[in-house]
Structures are given as C-alpha cells and as structure tokens.
Design a protein around this ligand. Structure first.
Ligand SMILES: [Zn+2]
Length: 128
C-alpha cells in the first residue's frame, strides 16, 4: 500500500465530484438562470451554496492529513478543515503530535483509516 498511489485516487475522486458540480452549475446557468426571474437566480444560488457545502463535507469526511515533520496521520475538526488555508492537496494545520504549524498533505481517509492517530513509517512517504 503506497501513499503515492493513494494520492492519485484522492485526486480522481475529488476531480469527479468537482466536474459533476461544474456541469450541474453550467446546465442550471444556461437553462434556468435566464428564465423564471428571479426564481431561477435564487435556485441557482441555493444549488451553488448547497454544492459548495456538500463538497466541503465530502472532502472533510474523506480526508486525513499527514504531518511532513513527524509523519503523524490525523484528522481535523470541521471548523479547522473549512477555515484553514488550502494549497491543492495540502492544508496548513497544527500537527497534534509535534505541535508544529505545517503544510500537511491530504490523503484519502478510507485506505488509511486504521492508521489514524499513529506515526507512519518513513518509507511510506518517499517522494518520487
Ligand atoms: Zn507532526
């Protein structure tokens, strides 16, 4: 089980959801937004808010983070998850193990669920 491989799956899953979301918004923009004023606009806005909320929730529920400093695998709270800075698959978080604020790498949570709260062996984090 390689983390490199898992981060590819992670991108695939996120990519699929973002594409579906963009398609729905585009379809609504074309077919609903220009008509039924102002209800089309309100509906579009509600879908936009709901979609963003769903994406954040999905991302939160499916993401664990690895501290680059000590290799500790952990999950965060929804508030921290939503409001901490993002950098693609990385998030600026305080590691609960070594107490440092670092850019932690996001990984798909499911395959590593049993390892949450533990320090990963160094060889699993090997860079390409
Ligand atoms: Zn750490």
């Amino acid at each position: 089980m390689e983390l490199e491989h898992e981060s590819t799956d992670y991108w695939k899953e996120i990519g699929v959801w973002i594409v579906i979301y963009i398609i729905i918004l585009t379809v609504l923009s074309i077919f609903v937004l220009p008509y039924f004023f102002p209800f089309g606009m309100i509906a579009w806005f509600l879908v936009f808010i709901f979609g963003t909320y769903m994406l954040i929730m999905w991302h939160y529920e499916n993401t664990a983070f690895v501290c680059p400093n000590c290799n500790y695998l952990f999950t965060t709270t929804l508030a921290k998850h939503t409001f901490s800075p993002n950098k693609f698959t990385e998030k600026y978080l305080k590691c609960p193990n070594c107490d440092k604020r670092v850019w932690c790498k996001g990984v798909l949570k499911k395959p590593v669920e049993h390892l949450i709260g533990t320090t990963l062996p160094q060889n699993k984090m090997k860079k390409k």
